[in-house]
Design a protein around this ligand. Structure first.
Ligand SMILES: [Zn+2]
Length: 107
């Protein structure tokens, strides 16, 4: 499974790496690199030099996380779960939690 299972606005859980166990909202997907930018995850400190517009200082900005480190969060199971795709009668596709069968809503 690649990046296609994640969408902007999804709630996800980090399943490996230094932010393991944290949850956050997908802010951005980077399809050509299979990476996601997730709210408050993998924060990188950047030193900003003062300029005419601001005083500078340390800024925190989200770095990207590889999709293999991320699982889609099921609100009902309250954990990262495997997802199944289901096609509805009207042709729309929904994502279903493989564990509890609930539809995963897009945040
Ligand atoms: Zn579930």
């Amino acid at each position: 499974m690649g990046l296609s299972k994640f969408k902007k606005g999804d709630m996800v859980k980090i399943i490996s790496g230094k932010d393991k166990g944290k949850t956050g909202k997908v802010l951005k997907t980077i399809p050509d690199k299979d990476r996601l930018v997730i709210e408050k995850i993998n924060l990188i400190k950047k030193h900003k030099r003062p300029d005419q517009k601001s005083k500078g200082g340390i800024l925190e900005k989200e770095g990207s996380v590889h999709v293999s480190q991320v699982g889609l969060l099921c609100g009902k199971c309250n954990t990262a779960v495997r997802i199944r795709n289901k096609k509805l009668e009207d042709g729309n596709k929904v994502r279903i939690c493989a564990k509890c069968g609930d539809v995963i809503n897009v945040g």
